[in-house]
Design a protein around this ligand. Structure first.
Ligand code: KIV
Ligand code: ZN
Length: 525
């Protein structure tokens, strides 16, 4: 194998906080965005696309603060092909030690029809906007949105214009996840061969996963000459998501024999950030997801286990430790003390101050009283709930008793504390969860619609905690709440209340958290 320091470097451009966060229901709070950006920076991501500053005051605030806190990563802000967008992006990223402006316009026939520009008018707009961006910032990335469905001659023409106007990175998006590996490679090769000045810029690939080919398409683009991959943690993103960072990075590492390219990613940080992104976005990671799924390193069948015991390479192409999973993880129990908890959390990548640990320890003890063995995943769920409580939630579940079983009616008796005042309601429903949600709605009426209710077991066994996700929609604003408990109905009530609290934050327009999106990148130019 070639020494990776001599290998071609592929830049990792993470857009979890922009394309990922834009996916309906994945909205993160201001504090959560800062935390994820710090983790991305720490794991060696080359470029962080921190948001779309013109979209809202909240996006602008988040991008500016991420820029101010940046250590090593380049901080990038997205803008449409409009002067005010570009100036707003620059205002937000300019505080970063290494800022980047990313500007884009839809170039395919379907996308050109939206702003109703002729081919020449669009070419002129590209020249004008990229020139403007380059006058503000030395590092300018330009994207022809829906590039994979743009006529090749026109694509070559506009890429050349962007390069002449000063773009330093040309990103080729497969916006609708339509391309396939061979075509993805041919497109990059064609651009590098045909466009004058192509050797002066970095070509980048940005794939969506609608046909499940985003990782393969990104790697094919790299083999053809692209040297930047745009991706998100857990493949978070609109519709079927974006290329998953963990997949491309681990593929380049594990199959370095046939894809001799290096990244700057510390892969041992992958698992921690994957869990964090799943928690803050409210998007669970599917069990059999490559690299970070719960089952990715589980060897259940007898023949596999036998092979694994003799030689782990029999069925494992990478080690759990490579992505930051400790191979042997012993559960904690009710006799485990504060020091054991602190050591375990540290092992899992969580450093805690004394006060924070105190709160987490109380929660841990209460869980250990109900559950014999407390596993890593239980602790992660517990930390998420502790984090939510930290955010001074205005509504709290104080008491819940349900009547359920084969005989109707099922009912819920609920006490909520709302802004410090306790109120009580009893409701009947089709089952205990329905009755509980009716009681919540009676105590705190809103026009929010329940879009999703999902339950999954954190670990195995009948005493396992259930994690419940609840997604609510109100006037186009979508929020997701989550909570875990050994009692599924309690977890459901708390998840619903957590979503309501997030909705309240989003209603307060002036706070950075309340980023009511006014502009989407899919809006016309
Ligand atoms: O998918 C896409 O085309 C995008 C662009 C804004 C780069 O996300
Ligand atoms: Zn995209």
């Amino acid at each position: 194998m070639t020494d990776t320091s001599e290998q071609d470097r592929v830049l990792i451009f993470d857009t979890t906080l922009r394309d990922g966060e834009q996916s309906p229901g994945a909205t993160m709070s201001h504090t959560e965005k800062l935390e994820i950006a710090a983790l991305l920076d720490e794991m060696g991501v080359d470029i962080i696309e921190a948001g779309f500053p013109i979209a809202s005051e909240g996006d602008f605030e988040a991008v500016s603060e991420i820029a101010k806190n940046a250590k090593n990563s380049v901080i990038c802000g997205l803008s449409r092909a409009q002067i005010p967008d570009i100036e707003r992006a620059w205002e937000a990223v300019k505080h970063a030690p290494r800022p980047r402006i990313h500007t884009f316009i839809g170039t395919s026939p379907l996308h050109r029809a939206i702003p109703n520009l002729t081919m020449d008018e669009m070419a002129e707009r590209i020249h004008e906007t990229v020139t403007h961006a380059r006058n503000l910032c030395e590092d300018v990335q330009w994207s022809p949105m829906d590039a994979t469905r743009t006529e090749h001659d026109y694509l070559c023409r506009v890429v050349e214009i962007a390069i002449r106007a000063g773009a330093t990175t040309i990103n080729i998006p497969d916006t609708v996840g339509y391309t396939a590996p061979r075509e993805s490679a041919e497109l990059i090769r064609m651009l590098i061969e045909r466009v004058p000045g192509a050797d002066t810029v970095i070509f980048s690939t940005h794939c969506h996963n609608d046909l499940g080919m985003a990782t393969a398409n990104s790697l094919a683009a790299v083999e053809a000459g692209a040297r930047q991959i745009e991706c998100t943690i857990n493949g978070l993103g609109e519709r079927a998501g974006n290329t998953a960072l963990e997949e491309v990075v681990m593929a380049l590492r594990v199959r370095n024999d046939i894809m001799p390219f290096a990244t700057g990613i510390d892969t041992t940080k992958i698992m921690n950030i994957s869990r964090r992104v799943s928690q803050v976005s409210g998007f669970p990671v599917q069990y059999n997801k490559a690299i970070v799924g719960k089952n990715a390193f589980a060897h259940e069948s007898g023949i596999h286990q036998d092979g694994m015991l003799k030689n782990s390479e029999t069925f494992e192409i990478m080690r759990p430790q490579d992505i930051g999973l400790s191979g042997t993880s012993l559960p904690l129990g009710k006799h485990s003390g504060r020091a054991a908890l602190r050591a375990k959390l540290r092992d899992m990548g969580y450093e805690m101050g004394d006060n924070q640990l105190k709160d987490v320890f109380v929660r841990f003890k209460s869980l250990a009283d109900r559950k014999k063995e407390v596993y890593d995943d239980d602790l992660i769920a517990l930390l998420r709930d502790a984090g939510a409580a930290d955010q001074n939630e205005r509504i709290k579940v104080k008491f819940l008793r349900v009547v359920c079983g084969t005989e109707a009616p099922q009912s819920a008796d609920l006490i909520l504390e709302i802004d410090g005042v306790e109120t009580r309601e009893t409701c009947q429903g089709d089952g205990p969860v329905d009755a509980t949600f009716k009681a919540i709605k009676a105590l705190f009426p809103t026009t929010a619609r329940l879009q999703l209710y999902q339950v999954h077991a954190v670990t195995e066994g009948t005493d396992a905690q259930a994690t419940v996700s609840v997604r609510l929609e109100e006037d186009g604003k979508i929020v997701t709440g989550q909570s875990s408990d050994t009692d599924t109905v309690v977890a459901s009530a708390k998840a619903y209340v957590n979503a309501l609290n997030r909705l309240l934050v989003r209603r307060e327009k002036s706070a950075p958290d309340s980023d009511v999106k006014t502009v989407k990148y899919t809006d016309t130019v």
